[in-house]
Design a protein around this ligand. Structure first.
Ligand code: UTP
Length: 300
């Protein structure tokens, strides 16, 4: 089955880091977010991926150049018209299934099971702040309504960012109709609105609750996801073999390649490649690539 992964967005909630690094390639738990996302998909048998690229798309192409056993294609989204528009660019006019995966969340679930069968399935997760997400209303596991960031949510089941659609053509037609009728929500063509259209036309969509959901879309969530991932590594941290720590500790942190930490304590941080830190105490921060910090003391 083919996967579509849209990565054209600018990642404004992760500025300034996303000015120079594509959001999907920011490191978390010692690896780019995208690497965490691809691993279970490849293990579950996905061999063909279409990336929708835009902002810093060249970095995605470069990163994917080592995945030579995969069939990888790229489509440029020249205008950021929303997730629905991005996904449409990757869909073919064939009655074949597709899995759509957003690149800013690491999702833990039974991927093999999710990708099998003939159903339309949306991965969902219970959240405390449903007004900030696309939401589904369900009867049992059957979706009866969907809405994008409702001001008065009728459920707390958020759309997590993985969708298995039985027919690319069916979804494409729904997205074409949104475009033709200029149906936009919050200024964008929404995938949620296309799924709602399919639902209104009698298409059955079911939900699959995820085992775990690790958001990487903001600085706060990227750091908490990093902490969760490194806690599972020996020593509760990740230090790239090319990096050096002298008189330093790095609890709950990821230290990427070619970094040097001298007399420094960092807690729950992501230190991007090439950073040099001397006599620093840093808590809960992302330190940008190549930063040179001396005596920097901070913490939230
Ligand atoms: P988001 O809206 O969460 O991502 O879209 P963003 O735009 O990168 O980040 P913020 O909101 O500005 O901080 C979810 C996914 O869909 C892609 C994004 O790249 C992201 O991976 N997307 C979104 C597109 O490819 N095109 C779009 O027009 C919108």
């Amino acid at each position: 089955m083919k996967a579509i992964i849209p990565v054209a967005g600018q990642g404004t909630r992760l500025l300034p880091h996303t000015r120079t690094v594509q959001k999907a390639l920011l490191p978390v738990g010692g690896k780019p977010v995208l690497e965490h996302i691809l691993a279970p998909l490849i293990e579950a048998g996905i061999t063909s991926i279409t990336f929708i690229v835009g902002h810093l798309g060249g970095q995605i192409r470069e990163f994917m150049s080592s995945f030579d056993s995969m069939e990888v294609t790229y489509v440029e989204q020249t205008q950021l018209l929303g997730l629905g528009d991005a996904v449409k660019l990757g869909l073919e006019a064939v009655d074949e299934p597709v899995v759509i995966v957003l690149a800013d969340t690491i999702m833990e679930l039974d991927y093999k099971n999710f990708l099998q069968g003939h159903n339309n399935v949306i991965g969902v997760v219970e959240v405390d702040n449903p007004e900030d997400f696309g939401i589904v209303e369900t009867v049992g596991r059957r979706v009866v309504d969907l809405m994008e960031k409702p001001s008065e949510p009728v459920s707390n089941l958020a759309i997590a960012g993985i969708y298995r659609l039985a027919s690319q053509l069916q979804l494409r037609k729904a997205l074409d109709k949104l475009r033709a009728d200029r149906v936009m929500t919050k200024g964008e063509y929404q995938l949620t609105d296309a799924l709602k259209l399919m639902l209104d036309n009698g298409v059955v969509i079911r939900t699959e609750e995820l085992d775990n959901w690790l958001d990487c879309g903001t600085e706060v969530t990227l750091l908490s996801t990093n902490r969760y991932l490194v806690q599972q590594l020996p020593g509760g941290m990740f230090v790239h073999p090319d990096s050096k720590l002298e008189g330093s500790t790095a609890r709950g942190s990821s230290i990427m390649e070619n970094c040097m930490l001298i007399d420094t304590i960092i807690d729950d941080c992501i230190i991007m490649s090439g950073a040099q830190l001397r006599s620093c105490y840093i808590h809960d921060e992302i330190v940008k690539a190549g930063a040179q910090l001396n005596g920097y003391v901070t913490g939230r």
